[in-house]
Design a protein around this ligand. Sequence first.
Ligand SMILES: Cc1ncc(COP(=O)(O)O)c(C=O)c1O
Length: 293
Amino acid sequence: MSDFVYINGDFVPAEQATVPIFDHGHLYGDGVFEGVRVYNGRIFRLIEHTKRLLFSARALGFNLGSLTESYVNDAIVETCKRNNHQNGYIRVNLTRGTGLGLDPKHIDTNPRLVIATKQLALYPEEMYLNGLSMITCATRVPSPDAIDPRIKCTGKYINNIMAKMEANRVGAGEGIMLNQQGYVAEATGDNVFVIRDGVIVTPPPSSGCLKGITRQAAMDLATDLGFTVREETLSVYDIYTADECFLTGTAAEVIPAVVLDERLIGSGKPGPITNRVIDAFRAHVKVSGLVID
Ligand SMILES: Cc1ncc(COP(=O)(O)O)c(C=O)c1O
């Protein structure tokens, strides 16, 4: 049976699902999006994802009309139900509207909400056991005074794609992106954490990173485990000299990083604190989240 894609209230078989060529997201990257995970029939942090989606859209001045949080939540749950999606990934895209020309005054600003489900395993299990290697990318994140990093908008991702291609070129699992000042912002699709002397540190959004939902979950779980967790500006020096490093993201989940620019991080193996956070995260996602009934 084919999966269905939700498009503004209609469920369309995935292979027939299309958007108009004058969709503003297609023409100009004028859209916002979320990647969400379902574990065990439970949607992980759905409320937080929907809030972030709508905050991104409000920050970009979309005409939201009837697109309230509960409307979007219901649409996501309904799509999972239709597709009997118990484990996997949900992609939620919201674009400004339809029409040629960049001026929103001259287009139909009824936004287009598209929800699709898919299976996803970003990295093989051995990478979670052995850790991944990273490089520092030449491609920087945009300056926060050009586009606020808390806005998860499609257009901004061209830099992440360029940075990912840099990592691919040398066979690295991820790439660290710096901000305009040369401080660590985030990885191409994940937030970055380092551990030194038992303290867990991650850059603040003002360094140019997305306010990741998995990042927050890892911070909450690590705090519950009794660790001190801090937001601090980091440079690559802090990663080179850290005891441990891990990345967080909806797609990657919590994954150890053991090499940056050919320097071993700590012992060059996933560290004990990282492994505790991974274990706590894996246990947590199975039992938290909104049940699809
Ligand atoms: C650039 C970037 N940073 C960080 C993250 C992690 O955010 P989250 O945990 O909300 O998926 C993502 C994932 O969407 C991302 O694309």
